[in-house]
Ligand binder design. Structure first.
Ligand code: SF4
Ligand code: ZN
Length: 294
């Protein structure tokens, strides 16, 4: 398991943090009248903070919108424990919770073995698939995630390094949906991981230390995290200026730059190709098991 060292170049000021998140929600119209927003809650500190802050925003400003929680039980050994934490969180915040079992769609561990793909890559594909499909079927108008500034900076630099330039246009607070693709919102896009952690600790919110026993969720981001921390030793707010610049650039020049998705030939969910990633994995798994795909 990879341990990520959290450095704190400056003390966390929770008032400033909360004001910044509320300002993001307001400025980019992440919450609108009549919204039914499902927050994808993994059990970790970031999605926990996203859920708590969206709920507080709606309650404080008396907005006619509903905040609900949504959790994917990944079907691993530690998943029941993580699910218990998410249940306790939803209860504590007074929000309704919908739990979906990933295994009903795909056995992630078996599919990783059958396809030879890393477990986190299969897990990511399943999470992206279910995060759009399930809330949409439950009547969501938007889906919210707990991605913070450093997650998105890591995504940005990884895409640059692998020359997937196009994907970087998705780094905005709100990715508008179309057809059966839900609008995605990121209320914590200008927040830092240590701020989310401190916020959850101060409110004593139930948080799971690990999303699963593999504990690799952030491992592929380590180089970029180290780069961010190094720059903040000299300039503590460099991270926020950098993500601010990327977002401003994308909002100005990124319109219509994203690929229009079509529907998967097998399941009908959005995909950039003919067949979506989850259906391809199901096919690989069923070929391996010599059975018919579900
Ligand atoms: Fe999924 Fe994260 Fe576990 Fe990898 S470490 S399998 S991405 S939950
Ligand atoms: Zn499909």
């Amino acid at each position: 398991m990879v341990q990520i060292k959290v450095v704190r170049p400056q003390p966390v000021d929770l008032e400033t943090y909360k004001r910044r998140v509320f300002f993001t929600i307001k400025k980019y119209r992440l919450v609108e009248m009549g919204d039914v927003i499902y927050v994808a809650v993994s059990g970790g500190k970031d999605s926990c903070a996203a859920l708590a802050l969206l709920k507080e925003y709606v309650d404080t400003f008396k907005i006619d919108a509903e905040i609900r929680a949504f959790h994917i039980n990944l079907g691993f050994k530690t998943s029941p424990k993580v699910e218990e934490v998410v249940k306790a969180l939803a209860e504590r915040l007074g929000v309704s919770l919908h739990v979906v079992n990933a295994k009903e769609y795909l056995d992630i561990e078996a599919a990783a073995k059958a396809s030879g793909r890393p477990i986190c890559s299969v897990c990511g594909a399943v999470k992206r698939y279910l995060m759009n499909k399930v809330p949409r079927e439950l009547g969501a108008t938007k889906v919210a995630t707990g991605h913070h500034a450093h997650d998105l900076l890591a995504y940005y630099f990884k895409n640059l390094a692998s020359r997937n330039f196009q994907w970087n246009f998705k780094i905005v607070p709100k990715v508008e949906g179309h057809d059966i693709l839900l609008t995605k919102i990121r209320p914590l896009i200008f927040a830092r991981p240590e701020e989310n952690e401190e916020f959850c600790r101060a409110l004593e919110l139930p948080v799971s230390p690990l999303c699963c026993e593999y504990g690799l969720c952030n491992a592929t981001h380590i180089e970029v995290y180290e780069m961010i921390w190094a720059t903040r030793r000299r300039d503590p707010d460099f991270d926020l200026r950098l993500i601010g610049g990327i977002v401003a650039f994308n909002l100005k020049y990124g319109k219509d730059k994203l690929d229009q998705l079509r529907r998967c030939r097998v399941c009908g969910e959005p995909t950039s190709g003919e067949i979506c990633a989850v259906c391809k994995l199901r096919m690989k798994l069923s070929t391996r098991l010599n059975t018919t795909p579900p």
